[in-house]
Design a protein around this ligand. Sequence first.
Ligand code: FAD
Length: 505
Amino acid sequence: MEQTGPLQHIVIVGGGSAGWMTAAALAQAVGPACRITLIESEVIGTVGVGEATIPPIRNFNQRLGIDEATFVRETQGSYKLGIQFVDWHHKGASYFHPFGQYGAEFDSVPFYHHWMAGHLAGEIAGPIDDFSMCWAMAKAGKFAHPSPDRRLIQSTFDYAYHFDAGLYAAFLRRYAEHRGVTRVEGRVVDVALRGEDGFITAVALDDGAQIEGDFFVDCSGFRGLLIEEALHAGYDNWQHWLPCDRAVAVPCKRGTFTPYTRSTARAAGWQWRIPLQHRTGNGYVHCSQFISEDAAAETLLANLDGKPLADPRPLRFVTGKRRKFWEKNCVAIGLSAGFMEPLESTSLHLIQYGILRLIALLPDQRMSPLLAREYNAQTAIEYERIRDFLILHYKATARDDGELWRYTADMAIPDSLQYKIDHFREYGLLVADERELFANPSWIAVYFGQGITPRRAPALAAMRSFVPVAERMGAIARAMDEAVAAMPSHGDFIARHCAAPPLAA
Ligand code: FAD
């Protein structure tokens, strides 16, 4: 007889960031109407990185009713206004990818059209970074919340967080357990499939326990224990576009407490620097074809702010995505769904959107295959858009000092990205649709930062010569200076609102 009615028991396999974010959000969404069990194995552990985020994470926390100050305090967190990219276009060059717009709108033509027209005409000398409120704050080491008053320049920026991934999972675990999620410690050693349709009926643990469920979320990390090993969903390998496949990570004593992430290009990849309250997170993402793990670790250790606090930890991955994210009665969320390297801090975001999409399309026991189809279509598009944005960083480089950069500068890129670059290069227009995660300012930052300059500015800007552009831009620059001068330093802001207690010795 066909099963009907709401789901009775959702089983989540994996207790990294993906598992606990899923458990917390599902518990909040379904309440006591459905049992939720999370299985994790302390012996296997988690990937343990994933410390930088992008602004939508704030919506996730708000939806869960999480107080920001508590969250920052409990995760040793800090604020992030964007990413500084150092040496990406060529050694010695740097630019900032901000969370927020450039300048402020003062005409029917967007600010950046006027800026571009002035810049290409040689009337504006500096980079577009000069009109980013985020960068103005970031380089001064300042932080304050944006103003809700849209007339003020202080409303033109957005922000995200840096935090300790392990503490974030622990924080969400407390949240989820408090709302009825049952945690089971154990290693999944077998997955039982129903004979007639191949749906998962239960997972078996190493102690012999069987955990039955009617819906399963695979948060087991790169392996994809359910989605791949049991259900063979397949994987689209994107290493020909995103060739980095290793990282070494090491925390170190805190240096300058910047309210932004730094990404520094190196000969065979790039190094991240993420300041938290109790330490700075660092890692060298690299391509194993062009550098050994030992050499990457040596480079990383030679480029830290302070004393390393642990041994460098190697991580391996294959960039790409699962061919089907939802197969039968199982959805993959987190690294089990795919991984596109941490360059723009998009993994936790993909987890967040995977969860929200799952909640929006939550099945009942009939498990209509249409739900899976829609979930897979939406998720694939999201991955592909992010993929193209990441590829842009590697493709548009003038570096010639390493095999990696020579390869990426020459590589063929997806048509979807080439189309965007062609439009921008020809006349400075941004081709985007409303589902794009990275909005216009992000593309502008990376295009200009990576040396893609339009041949001419969009036509309309030249027709509006009656607009006092120079005067307006001058006023914007002055307003930015005044606003930044009045803000507290990043450290003072945290000390006042959300300082974490000192760590036990
Ligand atoms: P994991 O952390 O690997 O967790 C898997 C879970 O499954 C664990 O609890 C494990 O015990 C459990 N498990 C596995 N097998 C079994 C089994 N047989 N039985 C029971 N349990 C099992 N993301 C960002 O957003 N920002 C960043 O700055 C960022 N930096 C990154 C840097 C690197 C080098 C890498 C590799 C990733 C980075 N990420 C980043 C991605 C981010 O770390 C992950 O997306 C996030 O941590 C989620 O991981 P996960 O929970 O899917 O997997």
